[in-house]
Write a protein that binds this ligand. Structure first.
Ligand SMILES: [Zn+2]
Ligand SMILES: [Zn+2]
Length: 80
């Protein structure tokens, strides 16, 4: 099973180097090869829609999520 490295939705192997049909990003990184169906979901920080848990890009509101993870966990600390 191949997954988009950004939105973690299933894609076909020939998607590499092309646009992801789900999140519309050009897949320049390697496709993820995962042997099991990943059904874990999380709510997008921006729009609240359910996206794949490991995803770093929300296909619904088109935001990148990876930069936020740390600051959310350190809730209340407002340095910098
Ligand atoms: Zn994608
Ligand atoms: Zn979103």
């Amino acid at each position: 099973m191949h997954k988009c490295p950004y939105c973690f939705d299933d894609v076909s192997p020939d998607t590499e180097g092309k646009e992801c049909p789900h999140c519309k990003n050009i897949i320049v990184d390697d496709l993820l090869k995962i042997d099991y169906p990943d059904s874990d979901k999380k709510a997008c920080t921006y729009c609240g829609k359910k996206i794949n848990k490991p995803a770093i890009y929300c296909k619904f509101c088109e935001h990148w999520l990876d930069e936020l993870d740390q600051s959310i966990n350190d809730f209340g600390v407002m340095e910098e």
